[in-house]
Design a protein around this ligand. Structure first.
Ligand SMILES: [Zn+2]
Length: 359
């Protein structure tokens, strides 16, 4: 009896502030891989409970549709605590392969999502390997083929972000990583493979596609060719070189949504004062910098198409430490919106897009 009470007290102490049980170790390498295929129906029950628990605490649960992580550096317990503290229900977390400078062998897939689910199933949605340097950029076709094979075998509900046109991120600029300037035509063979897979399966994928006037037509051509493919265009209204992007306005995006009902956008962008150093421009063009609110035309677009916009943190393997800051910006975005739209963009749009059901 005494032992039982002691165990109960211990369990209650562990659960005191956490919404879901904390992982039992920090490093992902401490965990085995979960069995596959992923048992998505059972996971959904866990995820729904977590969403409800956050609501019960009086917070709007956030689901992050677009982030990636470095499996060898990731701190599980630290993340779990921050997520619980700040009302983050789920992160769709995509592993990064990293560059294989030591082995020289090109790996096309990373299984870290299986360890992540074994370690902390309540907090993460398994998401396929990030389409970034080096595997995706050097072997795009082979990378997509491997992704398709694994996603089908393991029952991934969502594909990661594929960099078709990507400028250096602010951190990559600091490190002079010019190989991260990526240009893979969206209508290349790899692009067709990806859109075709999404068209046939209904599984959504994410693209990083810098806003440039000359890139808009090829994208629309693909959206027309694959009208059932669910495409999440990441980083709404993030314009890093305004002279290359004269056509992209809220009215233009509204037109895209009218023409392409399976197009979605994520809301991962910098805060209102963020400057993209290479161009010296405020690249998060959605903000009205004097009021600190979203510009009214963008806020209205989000109100009119709330299920087409999704909260996102855009964590990367080189910026795990930015979680709190990203959560803060995501909550700032919601402040300009009506209560109903806030709930949709924060988590309901994700659930509808990924699981095709209302929550
Ligand atoms: Zn991106």
């Amino acid at each position: 009896m005494k032992i039982f009470s002691f165990v109960m007290v211990f369990i209650l102490a562990l659960c005191a502030d956490s919404i879901s049980p904390l992982p039992t170790a920090n490093a992902l390498s401490s965990f085995e891989k979960s069995s596959i295929p992923f048992d998505i129906p059972t996971l959904k029950i866990l995820w729904k409970e977590r969403i409800e628990a956050i609501r019960a605490k009086g917070m709007i649960p956030l689901i992050d549709v677009e982030s990636s992580f470095n499996p060898s550096k990731f701190d599980l317990i630290d993340y779990a605590k921050i997520m619980d503290d700040k009302g983050v229900a789920l992160i769709a977390f995509s592993p990064q392969i990293g560059d294989n400078a030591y082995t020289k062998a090109l790996k096309l897939w990373h299984d870290a999502s299986r360890q992540l689910i074994h370690a902390d199933a309540a907090r993460y949605v398994p998401t396929s390997t990030a389409g970034i340097y080096p595997a995706w950029t050097s072997e795009p076709k082979a990378f997509i083929n491997e992704t398709i094979k694994q996603v089908e075998k393991q029952h991934y509900p969502l594909l990661g972000e594929f960099e078709f046109r990507h400028y250096l991120s602010p951190r990559q600029v600091k490190r002079n990583e010019y190989y991260r300037d990526i240009s893979i035509p969206i209508d290349s063979e790899a692009g067709h493979l990806l859109f075709d897979f999404a068209e046939k399966t209904g599984i959504a994928f994410q693209i990083h596609y810098e806003v440039e006037d000359t890139l808009l037509e090829p994208l629309e051509k693909m959206l027309n060719a694959y009208p059932h493919a669910k495409v999440i265009w990441c980083h709404l209204a993030q314009i890093r070189y305004s002279d290359r992007a004269k056509q992209y306005t809220s009215a233009f995006v509204r037109g895209l949504l009218e023409r392409h009902p399976n197009l979605y956008f994520d809301l991962a962008f910098g805060d209102k004062d963020s400057i993209y150093k290479p161009s010296g421009e405020h690249h998060s063009t959605i903000w009205d910098r004097s009021s600190g609110q979203l510009k009214s035309e963008w806020a209205q677009l989000l109100e009119d198409y709330p299920y087409h916009f999704l909260s996102a943190f855009d964590i990367g393997g080189d910026r795990h430490d930015e979680l709190s800051e990203k959560i803060h910006v995501s909550r700032e975005v919601l402040k300009s919106l009506s209560p109903k739209t806030q709930e949709i963009i924060a988590y309901k749009a994700f659930w509808k897009l990924v699981f095709n059901e209302e929550i």
